[in-house]
Design a binder for this molecule. Sequence first.
Ligand code: PMP
Length: 380
Amino acid sequence: MLLMIPGPIEISPAVAEAAAAPPDSHVSPAFIEHYGSALERMRQVWKAGPEAQPVIVAGGGTLAMEIAVCNLTEPGDRALVVNTGYFGDRMAEMLARRGVHVDQVRAEPGSSPSTDDVAKALDAGDYKVMAVTHVDTSTGVRTDAEALAKLARNRDVLSIFDGVCATAGERFDMEAWGADVYLTASQKAIGLPPGLALLVMSARAVAARRALGTKPPMTLDLAQWKPILEAYEARRPSYFSTPATTLVKALDVGLGELADIDAVFARHAQVADAMRAAWQVLGLTLLPADGLAANTLSAIRYPEGVGPELTKAIAARGVAVAGGLHPALKTQYFRVGHMGYSTRRPDHLLSTVRAVAEALVACGHSCDVEAAVKAVASRI
Ligand code: PMP
């Protein structure tokens, strides 16, 4: 089965080989080299400055969100959530559980609050933190991370960007834009199996942790991890909690494949254009409003007369895609991931479009399968 859901995704042969190797000691010279190198490569992929602190912890994207929340905030702080869907709701809930007072700027599913609306909201409250989902996986909407990061920076508000469905797929320039946390998980455009929470924290974010009165839980505490991360980067053995040695080694390999990150961003944009051209040929429309569709996935409305049975028909043709996730629209759309390794595999993209097109025909939607395949083939 070809895995074309919006994460986990197909992984490269080199990453698969690294992830299948027997586990290494967490203090062996070979592992220390991989860990140190992975941290250095994260700074490049995130476009973060030398002062920024990359963090690798076993877990998922939700854990990375929790690390950001509990190291930047404490009970009584105020936060603004720019909410574009399911994962904005999760972030708001997480902040509230930390005892933070949360306000939200929301948009209809498929849309995004305007930069002006966010600026007004920031000016109306005394916020310590602004949280934004770069790409909301539930709607396929991409926010204008550059504009929002700069709004927060200009107002001395700390910004947290959830990049789980974006990092290494959508352009992000952490240092130039002045973002404070950019977080993700290993199973999306980074190109690994699930299992690692990954984030980079700016020097301001690190200072915010130092200033906290209420410490984070021990395993989530940057103050606990920082000396360990610094030791690994200096190629010295260290221990706080045993790292996921196999996955960290695979991360070093996977990030190595993303060394030319600008080319990786450009490839995602090209592939997304090609996939969108195919959807159009098939008579399909996207959930995100014009100009807001992410490059890492397509959220596609079911055409008239077709419903969730479509994803089963696509699976019967050897391709796994995902159903809807946003609670308000769950049964009205489906999602196709196009990020990471598969963007470098034209055969994956062509098989996906063919499977979707044939399944649509099987479900009673009349469309031209060959024209759709041609539309994508001519653009990648
Ligand atoms: N944020 C976004 C935007 C996501 O897409 C996801 C996962 N789909 C998460 C957070 C949570 O990540 P995880 O499932 O790895 O905890």
